[in-house]
Design a protein around this ligand. Structure first.
Ligand code: NAP
Length: 226
């Protein structure tokens, strides 16, 4: 497996550490060594931790390369027909706003919290997220995913403090109770590990169809196999 790593910043740099530790062949692309069709050739999978804006700029190029892509870029939306486009071209991509494997356990817990209406008549959800001051998007992509999983309207409070990697807290408040679900990323390596997990999956799992896959769906499939 030879990996094209797009971005070696705060998160891509952690992927690079893992690749070096595991002696996985790779090429690093950044703002000085930018990817082209020619220099991407020979790579088996792309892992991208570019900002959403920069990633969008390279999307056509990546599709044209036909190399499977694992992308963690946030602050962007997908063209509505992109999944079909990939299917038609027989290409597999996996994306996530949060590649933490633990986030899949959180998703299951949020599914349970989302059923509050079955037992409470008066309740509300709220969320807060904290990230480092360099983060470009707000609220975070993860906060938007959590809200989507909860399926309830809620206010999201965003704070940008120091070098905080990522804290998300979902609170369910009823008249006399408060339930809080908190996820705290302690090291950016969690995103790198998840992205590498996805890269192996995209290359080795023949049951994964062409198209655009959400990482969480890929991992949930793993859960249901056991
Ligand atoms: N999905 C997840 O699990 C997850 C987790 C954390 C972060 N993220 C997201 O990942 C993205 C990157 O975050 P980060 O904090 O790692 O960013 P970062 O530290 O700012 O790193 C960005 C990287 O992009 C490279 N770059 C910038 N412009 C470029 C260009 N035109 N062509 C090629 N490379 C270019 C930079 O190159 P230089 O090194 O040359 O400056 C740098 O290596 C953000 O969208 C963030 O929200 C996702």
């Amino acid at each position: 497996m030879k990996i094209a790593l797009l971005g070696k910043g705060k998160t891509g740099g952690k992927v690079l550490e893992l690749l070096l530790e595991a002696k996985i062949p790779h090429t690093v692309f950044d703002s000085t060594n930018t990817p082209t069709i020619e220099n991407l050739r020979g790579h088996d999978v792309v892992i991208s931790f570019l900002s959403g804006e920069v990633f969008k700029h390279y999307m056509d190029l990546l599709v044209a390369s036909k190399i499977p892509v694992v992308t963690g870029s946030t602050g962007m939306s997908w063209p509505s027909d992109f999944d079909i486009d990939l299917k038609n071209k027989n290409i597999k991509w996996i994306y996530a706003t949060n590649f933490s494997l633990g986030m899949n356990i959180v998703q299951q817990m949020i599914k349970i919290m989302s059923q509050a209406g079955k037992i409470f008549s008066d309740y509300k959800f709220s969320m807060m997220e904290i990230h480092h001051t360099k983060k470009l998007d707000s609220p975070s992509g993860t906060a938007l995913s959590w809200k989507n999983w909860a399926g309830h309207e809620m206010t999201i409070t965003s704070d940008r403090i120091g070098d905080v990697i990522g804290i998300h807290e979902l609170t369910l408040t009823t008249n006399n109770e408060r339930i809080t679900l908190k996820h705290e990323a302690l090291d950016r390596k969690i995103f790198a590990e998840g992205a590498l997990f996805a890269a192996k999956k995209i290359l080795n799992d023949k049951t994964l169809d062409p198209g655009l896959h959400l990482f969480q769906d890929v991992v949930q499939a793993e859960f249901s196999q056991t």
